[in-house]
Design a protein. Structure first.
Length: 730
């Protein structure tokens, strides 16, 4: 028995739990409030994609003559799907890796239409990449089954969403209410069966639903309806990303037939107060923080608590207990190593900072507290939490789910990881800003960073300035080059259809993206069409951006706002061509094709020079003296040896410094006094030391004994140390 049951409704991710309930459970632990959490999404998927689940799907009555040719094939091969499904799921859970050889034989899995788009297996995975190749094939197998379910069982099904369209731009509650109060779907039956088992086992007083996306909304309401009908004494609450952005103006009383409370923004204090009200049997007056409820028969927003929200240092470490961590499913949808990070592998999710340190992008909901209020966490606390999660989950992979991770904090986290000799793998979201120098990227790689994702948005300097992104295309090229050379993969979020964007700018943006991929400094990307949101600068001041909103009465959700753009361009017609070209570029092919080849309508020629990105990378600042740079001496395995060199009857002493790097040996020769000074710096400012001198401090120290520090610092031997990451300037 627990006081609170925390639920993520279907569906979010197959490979790793969405972290919201783990964050809340970690906080509740600090308050000694008992709770249990469940990811209904993965539990429903596991029941659906099992021998019994698939058999039940195929037992549903259909008219085989009235279904598509693809569905006919899948139905005809139903015995093969029933036979193989349990082993495929176990393989994707990492439990029977030997099955990869069977799957890759290409005569084990039944194949339907998804296999028609099969990537070049040898190009993508080579001769020995059996595990990833098998994951890709098994993913196509599951997608074939998903296509069958969507066509014949439940048109709202999706692996990472359910009935998503009902939650998108739902200014009225009518359609969603009709669906909730209508007949249960096959997916509903599975979901409610699992929910019933949880309620009987946990016996909570309060059930809190985390609804991060529109694709979780319908199931949350369907579950809440079940609770109200069968357990009327249990209170229900909703929080998470969807209500935080979409339900800030909810007025429809019917919503509260299902949920007693809807909380906004940071959930820790609102849930703590709801818990206290639970203990006090909901005594009046209710003290609440950013909470909608029914009071005196009306929808009321209560924010009458004098308590302040908790600091990030005080909310505890996320707690993933109760979740079925060994049963999540790793899938590979397309053969792209960067793209697969979202769906392959189990990641512990953390944030480096609350909110966004930049907080200016005009398309973003920067007026809302969860983005506007910026509060970083110290590197020490963050790495403490990483170590605790490694102990409790057994996983050493981390995905930092920040709005944009601050470069200075990333540096300190990397140093803290290296000081503690931790072996971790991590990735995060960034801004492509100039702080990401070659040396910082190398340091991040050494600490275990394998990838970053960031918003390039529209690859046009005019539009980047209008977006107030604080970056330029040239800068993005240099930053992506720095990450790539350090061995860190990059994914770019790309946008088209921004207000006042012309057709020429869309074409030129595509050309910039083509060149970034062709130069090998971008590995993955995704195009999405601009959507105006109510809480962004564009939504709040549309006239400044040349758009006219189409006003509608708001009774339920309010985020995406329909609008007309003064350009009158139908940007949606570019969608297919942009995505098709990107799919090719991500697979390293067809860079030579004219951009016109991707579109079935006439587009203008690009105005971007074919070597624009190449030329942007030629600029070199290796010999700039930046006195405020922090210097880090990373070498541990350094040997110095005094020697004598004979040259034309003249003998002079020098010191050979040898550095044993992981993959090679680096040797340099220095005058013995300078070598002794350098060895002293290696010792005094080692990675274990908290001290990090600036370049100016090093200069002053050096010139106490020698002359012309710049000549020494930019000499060939020291350049060799810097180029190999032995000395980093940050």
């Amino acid at each position: 028995m627990k006081d609170l049951l925390l639920i993520t409704p279907p569906f979010t991710q197959l490979n790793t739990p969405y972290p919201a309930t783990a964050y809340i459970k970690g906080f509740l632990n600090t308050k000694n409030i008992s709770s249990h959490q469940a990811d209904l999404g993965i539990e429903v998927i596991l029941e659906l994609f099992s021998r019994d689940g698939i058999r039940e799907i195929f037992n549903k009555e259909i008219n085989i003559l009235n279904i598509s040719e693809n569905s006919q094939r899948i139905f005809t091969l139903r015995d093969e799907y029933i036979k193989t499904i349990d082993q495929v799921i176990c393989f994707l859970q990492g439990k029977i890796p030997t099955l990869a050889r069977q799957i890759c034989s290409m005569n084990f899995l039944p194949e339907a239409s998804r296999f028609n788009q099969l990537d070049d297996m040898e190009f993508a995975f080579g001769n020995m990449g059996l595990q990833d190749k098998a994951k890709h094939l098994a993913t196509l197998y599951l997608e074939d089954l998903s296509d069958y379910i969507v066509e014949n069982i439940d048109p709202d099904f999706g692996f990472s969403r359910y009935a998503e369209r009902l939650g998108k731009s739902a200014n009225s509650f009518d359609e969603l209410y009709s669906k909730i109060t209508g007949n249960k779907t096959f997916i509903d039956e599975i979901t409610l069966k699992i929910l019933h088992e949880k309620l009987e086992s946990v016996q909570p007083k309060l059930v809190c639903f985390s609804v991060p996306f529109p694709g979780n909304l319908y199931s949350a309401f369907r579950c809440a309806k079940f609770i109200k009908e069968n357990y009327p004494h249990i209170k229900t609450a909703m929080g998470g990303g969807f209500p935080n952005t979409e339900l800030r103006e909810v007025k429809d009383k019917r919503v509260f037939e299902f949920f007693d409370f809807i909380t906004l923004d940071d959930g820790e204090l609102p849930i703590e107060l709801l818990y206290q009200n639970t203990i006090n049997k909901w005594a009046e007056p209710v003290e609440a923080k950013r909470t909608f409820l029914i009071e005196n028969g009306e929808v009321t927003y209560k924010n009458n608590s004098s308590s302040h929200d908790y600091k990030q240092a005080d909310i505890g470490t996320p707690d993933y207990s109760d979740l079925l961590l060994d049963k999540y499913i790793s899938v590979i949808e397309i053969a792209n190593p960067m793209h697969s990070l979202w769906s392959d592998g189990r990641w512990n999710k953390l944030t480096m900072a609350h909110g966004c340190y930049w907080g200016k992008c005009t398309f973003c909901d920067i007026s809302l507290d969860y983005i506007k209020i910026y509060e970083p966490i110290s590197a020490k606390i963050l790495v403490d939490r990483m170590e605790e999660l490694i102990r409790t989950t057994g996983e050493t992979g981390f995905h930092f789910v920040d709005e944009a991770a601050p470069p200075a904090l990333m540096r300190e986290v990397a140093l803290e990881i290296l000081r503690r000799n931790l072996v971790v793998t991590w990735w995060t979201n960034i801004r492509f800003e100039k702080s990401f120098t070659r040396d910082l990227c190398f340091l991040l790689k050494l600490s275990g960073c394998v990838a970053v994702s960031g918003g390039l948005e529209v690859a046009s300097d005019r539009l980047l300035k209008l977006i107030d992104k604080g970056i330029s295309v040239d800068q993005v090229a240099k930053v992506t080059r720095n990450f790539t050379e350090a061995g860190i993969m990059i994914h770019a979020y790309l946008m088209y259809g921004y207000p006042t964007q012309t057709v020429q700018e869309t074409v030129d943006s595509l050309e910039m993206v083509r060149q970034l991929f062709e130069m090998g400094i971008l590995q993955s990307g995704f195009w999405h069409q601009f959507a105006m949101t109510a809480h962004s600068p564009v939504g709040l001041n549309p006239e400044e951006f040349g758009v006219t909103p189409i006003k509608q009465e708001i009774l339920f959700a309010n985020n995406d706002v329909d609008f007309t753009d003064r350009t009158g361009i139908d940007h949606s017609k570019f969608s297919f061509g942009l995505k098709k070209s990107l799919f090719n570029y991500m697979h390293g092919i067809n860079f030579e094709l004219p951009l016109q080849e991707w579109f079935d309508f006439k587009i203008p020629r690009t105005t971007i020079h074919p070597d624009y990105i190449h030329d942007a990378l030629l600029e070199n600042d290796d010999f700039n003296f930046k006195g405020n740079s922090k210097i880090i001496f990373l070498a541990k395995n350094v040997i110095s040896e005094n020697r004598i060199k004979n040259k034309k009857m003249y003998n002079y002493a020098y010191t050979k410094i040898t550095v044993h790097l992981k993959t090679n040996i680096l040797s340099i020769d220095l005058d013995t006094p300078q070598a002794e000074w350098l060895m002293k710096m290696f010792s005094e400012y080692s990675i274990e030391s908290m001290k990090k001198p600036t370049l100016q401090q090093l200069k002053l120290n050096f010139e106490e004994s020698f002359e012309d520090f710049e000549l020494f610092w930019f000499s060939k031997p020291i350049q060799q140390l810097k180029e190999n990451g032995v000395i980093l300037s940050l």
